[in-house]
Design a protein around this ligand. Sequence first.
Ligand code: ASP
Length: 324
Amino acid sequence: MTYLRLAGLSVGALCAASAAFAQGYPERQITMVVPFAAGGPTDTVARLVAEKMGTDLGTQIIIENLGGAGGTLGASQVAEAEADGYTVLLHHIGMATSETLYRNLAYDTLNAFEYVGLVTEVPMTVLARNDFEPADMAAFIEYVKANGDSLTLANAGIGAASHLCGMLLMQALEVPLVTVPYKGTGPAMTDLLGGQVDIMCDQTTNTTKQIQGATVKAYAVTTPERLELFPDLPTVAEAGIPAAEVSIWHGIYTPKGTPAEVNEALSASLQKALADPGIVKAFADLGTTPSPAEDATPAALKEKLETEIARWKPVIEAAGVYAD
Ligand code: ASP
């Protein structure tokens, strides 16, 4: 539709056109951008959800991993994509923290996207390579405090959940660990397993199998309560560092201007996917639960993003860590 034809349409006609567009939607394959490397926790959640949503929508949702710059690279590509419903972004809490962490962000977080809904909230675990000396969380704290400036901390770049968790840990322990950035915590986990880095803080969606297989050393969980999956792991609050408490929520976005009907169609499909027993089980096996239907909505995600930007801004400013 040309600009001239659009300019000639009334608002009512535009709404009708948009509703008609949504009715035929989707007519082709949808791309879901994951702003981190394949094999990591965001990728895992995205692949599970995309497959179910695709089946429901009668199309294929393919995953495109665009890792780099703590998730902001992938987010900026989606911000610039066609607002036609065929490019969506699955991102986590980093969508909110990057707004403060990056003073020269390529997009205006609250004005560059439309909202589909919340997907899940995932606990973080504090880990180290398998031959890391400390036996438990109390010893870990003591050891890291004494040796902090020579220990390495893997993360997925400034803006990633692993970065936020690591930052809270460093602040709480008052140690400057040497950070090693990756395009995602999938590759970071490979290096942790290989002993090339010492410590990592990451979602259970990427750490459960390794903790269960005892191929890494797990020290604590960042949730207010202990996890059913790892009842022996203390919470960070129990360990005396409640300021390191954090849960990683995920949401699905579309570029600004994507018709509301399309976002609603995606949201309805997301709700169905999250209620699917297979997804519930797969999420449970990875230490997480799907967001309830009332949160898998555009309004709930918008509110969450706004609240979380405001929540983390003072924390990041107090830490004084910026990406630029
Ligand atoms: N979610 C991870 C993080 O924020 C990155 C990833 O999914 O690979 O560190």
